[in-house]
Design a protein around this ligand. Structure first.
Ligand SMILES: Cc1ncc(COP(=O)(O)O)c(C=O)c1O
Length: 359
């Protein structure tokens, strides 16, 4: 029987989990700080980890909040900033779970079309003449779902517009450390710390099961966030944060990220090579890191129909329209490669091409 190949899920490869090291860190943190990590604690997370993260970002511990995954923080930020009918700007396409959160808060979502080097700035400026958003949510590094990295010039322009029209930028950057080649583009927060809420997570660097994500933001935001957080869960899971702290304190994070880069680099390359070989008439960005390659299929293709027929060739695909908050995406597919082997990637893209030839 043909094994099913799934390009659907943006999850790490299970062989990337440093389980033995995590077990060691769990034992160690219980040994030195059990009374803190097993107790209720501060709403903004485990202080030693906040201090450590602050150090990485040239910030102070009061400017860092850690939570149970970064999506949880997005929920908090939405509670803080959004009233029904408030406007948020997002890249189009964007991460589908973010769209769900903003919709749950009854926000009006404006999608700014994404080009190969970032959002269409002219379109953004035009929209700003109509309405000022509460914030602009973007994923500037190796975007989910497209793989796009925003150029420095566009980052600077978005920041300039944020100053002119007085809105926040939420910079969601969980893939930023996973660069397989090329050089980093300066983060939006480094360009303008007073306008940017920088969000990241250990999900893609260690394990999603730990549920540890964080923001670095100007301190005054935290005064308003405090009651929202405390009234939701008192405090986040401090034991997991203690484990992450211990892992980083031992100097194990950087080698772990290196290991992940070596694991995923060939998978990204295989995806790009397979697309060139089997689907030359499609259009895609060439990411230099991250988890995803977003593909725009040739004209006349309908992604809903492809998704429906995919199981007949042992494929699992997700409907790209879910990443487009304002409609469109009828030819868009997100290929998530980390959890697949190189041979599955080649076979999967070849199966995808066989589906297209019967479209
Ligand atoms: C852009 C983006 N933000 C946030 C998340 C969620 O991260 P976490 O596991 O920290 O909640 C993901 C996970 O796929 C993501 O792609």
């Amino acid at each position: 029987m043909m094994t099913r190949i799934s390009f659907n899920r943006g999850v790490p490869s299970v062989d990337s989990f440093p389980a033995a090291q995590i077990a060691e860190c769990a034992a160690a943190i219980l040994h030195v700080d059990a009374n803190t990590v097993l107790q209720y604690g501060q709403p903004f997370g485990y202080l030693p980890l906040r201090e450590m993260i602050a150090g990485w970002h040239g910030a102070r511990a009061e400017e860092v909040m850690i939570s149970n995954g970064s999506l949880q923080i997005l929920e908090f930020l939405s509670t803080l900033f959004l009233q029904p009918d408030d406007t948020v700007f997002v890249e189009q396409p964007t991460y589908d779970r973010t769209i769900t959160i903003f919709r749950r808060h009854k926000a009006s979502i404006v999608g700014i079309p994404l080009q190969h080097d970032g959002p269409d700035i002219e379109f953004l400026a035009e929209q700003l003449r109509i309405v000022s958003p509460k914030f602009f949510y973007g994923i500037p590094d190796f975007q989910n779902p497209s793989g796009v990295t925003v150029s420095l010039a566009k980052r600077e322009e978005i920041i300039r517009l944020a100053g002119e029209h007085d809105f926040w930028i939420v910079e969601d950057a969980p893939y930023r450390p996973l660069r397989y080649k090329g050089t980093d583009v300066t983060s939006m927060r480094s360009l303008q710390p007073s306008r940017v809420i920088h969000m990241s997570s250990f999900t893609k660097l260690l394990s999603p099961g730990l549920r540890v994500g964080y923001i670095v933001a100007p301190k005054h935001i935290f005064e308003a966030l405090g009651p929202i957080v405390a009234n939701t869960y008192v405090c986040p899971g401090l034991f997991a944060e203690g484990i992450v702290y211990e892992f980083c304190r031992r100097g194990w994070l950087a080698p772990n990220i290196e290991k992940l880069k070596n694991l995923y680099r060939p998978k990204l390359e295989a995806t790009l090579v397979a697309l060139q070989e089997h689907l030359p008439s499609a259009d895609w960005v060439k990411p230099e890191g991250g988890y995803f390659v977003g593909v725009t299929l040739p004209e006349g293709t309908h992604v809903a129909d492809l998704c429906e027929r995919a199981p007949t060739v042992g494929l699992s695909l997700s409907d790209g329209r879910g990443f487009f908050p304002q409609g469109g995406g009828d030819r868009f597919l997100r290929l998530a490669f980390p959890a697949l082997s190189v041979s599955e990637i080649h076979e999967g893209v070849s199966r995808l091409a066989s589906l297209l030839s019967h479209d």
